[in-house]
Design a protein around this ligand. Structure first.
Ligand code: MRU
Length: 342
């Protein structure tokens, strides 16, 4: 399986997701500012992967920090990383975890503090892979045997430290003998479905068919699709789900056609502090992502453009939320809190 992100002696190494699938290039971030730029520029993307990158960025920043004024430097590192992308709550979850450890180990000699913080970031990466495998085990039995699964964006190994959430469920189902195939929405404007999901599934030998986003309704209505599985960037306490723009349309079309709509996400994607999806901050991306495709202008000069990167699917369209601790169903206020142990 592809290595999305790794800690090495020369820095944080990530596969450049802006260059896939045409080029497999790995970039090395040697400063926390490099990591922040990589997150903002989508070199690394996907909620859990962003969290791992942020944790490694914090550790890297601390390695490069001088011994004087350490607290102020640490705060600056965390603030810089937290300002990269607003929607995926895993970013803030990972930074908060690193902040807690820093406070716990602050009195240790600096070398030991640094060693432990690097180990903590590496641990977050390992835990994420194990979490996704567990999501896969819980979700696999939900996918109808031998039927087509529709997915949106990329919630695969590339969007995590490995294995994936939505694609983890698909991988686990295939591994358990379910001869399913996948339809992947291309996912305008950044094309995570076309560029990343199809690439990942091809590498695994899982049959994948690429469709444009506006074909999803047609195929959901045709009876071809047996289930939909997507990832999430943030899930509110009531089960409203923020995910890649276009997810909401797929969810409504799935309901209209009686196709189950599953969301696969780790507990770290829950934000129980928010009562509903209305409070989830939605990232606005540069308009050039809409007016241009791979640098080629496709819209007239001065076109008025909107580019929200995420939308919110109301909980009533969500058949179930698959986590590493089990499957939550409505009413989500209760089921999510129970799984979170809150
Ligand atoms: O803008 P992106 O590519 O970071 O958006 C990614 C998604 O919306 C994913 O579906 C989500 O982060 C879940 S990844 C396991």
């Amino acid at each position: 399986m592809v290595e999305t992100i790794q800690w090495t002696d020369s820095g944080v190494v990530m596969i450049d997701q802006t260059r896939l699938p045409l080029e497999e290039i790995y970039v090395t971030c040697s400063t926390y500012e490099d990591v922040a730029a990589a997150i903002r520029g989508m070199v690394i993307r996907g909620a859990p992967a962003i969290g791992v990158a942020a944790a490694m960025g914090v550790a890297l920043g601390l390695l490069n920090a001088s011994s004087g004024d350490l607290d102020a430097q640490f705060a600056r590192i965390c603030d810089t990383l937290a300002a990269t992308r607003p929607t995926a709550v895993n970013l803030f979850w990972a930074i908060d975890r690193m902040k807690r450890r820093f406070a716990e180990w602050r009195a240790l000699p600096l070398d030991e503090l640094r060693r432990r913080m690097v180990a903590e970031a590496a641990q977050i990466r390992l835990e994420d892979i194990a979490t996704n495998e567990s999501i896969g085990r819980h979700g696999a039995p939900l996918l109808p045997n031998g039927r087509t699964v529709l997915t949106h964006c990329n919630a695969g190994a590339l969007a995590t430290a490995g294995y994936g959430t939505a694609l983890g469920v698909i991988r686990a189902a295939v591994a358990s003998g379910n001869p399913l195939d996948v339809f992947a929405d291309e996912t305008r404007p950044f094309l995570q479905g076309a560029r990343l999901t199809v690439w990942e599934l091809q590498r695994d030998g899982i049959p994948a068919t690429l469709i444009t986003d506006n074909m999803a309704g047609h195929f959901l209505n045709s009876g071809r699709i047996g289930s939909v599985v997507v990832g999430a960037d943030r899930i509110a306490a009531n089960g409203d789900v923020a995910n890649k723009i276009g997810t909401y349309s797929v969810a409504v079309l799935a309901r209209e056609n009686n196709v189950p709509f599953y969301v696969a996400a780790p507990i770290s994607t829950l934000d129980l502090s928010l009562p509903s999806g209305d409070a989830i901050p939605i990232e606005q991306r540069p308009t050039s992502e809409v007016t241009h495709v791979f640098g080629v202008q496709v819209a007239p000069d001065n076109a008025s453009v909107q580019n929200p990167a995420f939308d919110v699917t109301p909980n009533r369209y969500v058949t179930a939320i698959i986590t590493e601790r089990g499957v939550a169903r409505a009413p989500y206020e209760q089921s999510l809190r129970a799984l979170a142990g809150a």
